[in-house]
Design a protein around this ligand. Structure first.
Ligand SMILES: [Zn+2]
Length: 337
């Protein structure tokens, strides 16, 4: 089973033991989106040392050319396959448990925005075959598939509907983060399988265009999906990355829709310079408030603190395990092919 050695955080022995036999799934982290740069990938070892068993790595978003995502998949898959003792490229839900037994980090990929399809529907299957296990349709701005959450109101387009149906057919989980409220509700209405928010926070705690109103969280839960909480400071609060704030977000969603629908997609960015550059250079995509002071982020190291806090509160061990990863495993079993 996984080893847990976290340099910056002091955790109690019972919590360390609990972490070791608990599946920890972070449904969204970001390595540099530069296909020619492998220099950050060894940090995945550190990701694993925090207790994370499964990580979904971002390979593309609507702001960069779609070809770059294919190249990045090639780079990452090649790098991971060269290290079979440490990493496992996930294909099926059973691979998650196998990776834990073999003490490897299980890796999946994700795409933020349907521009990655280049308006070509069969790309959905190609990405799935390359390990992409969730995709969201529009990244902040409207595109050919759907409305984004930081643009004029727009729902799901005809092409967007075809993409949702194709994703369900091939086994790719449909994500509604970054998507407009109207498009989210359109997706929830047509979905026949669990829909997730891969990295979002409740708007009731922090009113932000990226955050999600209660009725959309309820619709996600009704679909059988999971609201994976992001650790981005501006979505959690006033550039607030504290563990206690993350626990407040967990409490809120658990009270609203139940512990079966809470998970994590921290959005932790390993190359902090890259994210701050993106924010400075693309004000039309991110808005002005995201510029200025450097972005704070909840770090994977803090998962152990979250576990400690939840166990101190009224969460049962079973509930904590669901939140840390088993809810996402349930979705994978229901959706992946
Ligand atoms: Zn994102």
């Amino acid at each position: 089973m996984g080893s847990v050695s976290i340099p910056e955080i002091t955790i109690s022995d019972p919590c360390r033991k609990f972490m070791m036999d608990t599946l920890v799934w972070d449904n969204h982290q970001c390595m540099p989106l530069r296909p020619d740069d492998e220099s950050f990938l060894p940090q995945l070892e550190r990701c694993k040392a925090t207790g994370v068993d499964v990580v979904s790595l971002n390979v593309s978003f609507d702001v960069i050319p779609w070809e770059s995502g294919i190249k990045l998949l090639a780079t990452m898959r090649r790098w991971l396959k060269q290290r079979p003792d440490q990493y496992l490229l996930v294909e099926r839900p059973e691979d998650i448990l196998r990776a834990r037994v073999e003490d490897k980090l299980a890796v999946t990929f994700d795409i933020e925005g349907g521009l990655a399809l280049d308006e070509h529907l069969p790309m959905v299957q190609l990405y799935y075959d390359l390990g992409v296990r969730w995709m969201l349709l529009a990244y902040n701005r409207n595109n050919a598939l759907a409305g984004g959450c930081h643009d004029k109101p727009q729902g799901l387009t005809e092409f967007g509907r075809r993409v949702v149906a194709e994703m369900e057919r091939v086994g790719m989980v449909v994500c509604c983060s970054h998507t407009s409220y109207t498009a989210v509700m359109d997706i929830m209405e047509m979905a026949t399988k669990p829909v997730i928010f891969s990295h979002s926070n409740p708007a009731a705690i922090k009113n932000h265009y990226r955050n999600v109103p209660d009725d959309a969280i309820r619709a996600c839960a009704r679909s059988g999906g999971v609201m994976c909480l992001s650790g981005i400071g501006h979505f959690m609060g006033d550039n607030d990355d504290r563990t206690e704030t993350m626990v407040q977000h967990i409490d809120y969603v658990a009270e609203l829709v139940g512990v079966d629908h809470v998970g994590f997609g921290t959005d932790y960015v390993w190359d902090q310079q890259e994210v701050n550059d993106f924010l400075q250079q693309n004000p039309d995509v991110f808005g002005d408030e995201m510029r200025g002071q450097p972005l704070k982020m909840f770090k994977p190291d803090q998962f152990a603190e979250v576990v400690e806090e939840l166990l101190k509160k009224n969460y049962s061990e079973t509930d904590v395990r669901k939140i840390m990863g088993e809810n996402l495993l349930r979705v994978a079993k229901q959706v992946w092919k």
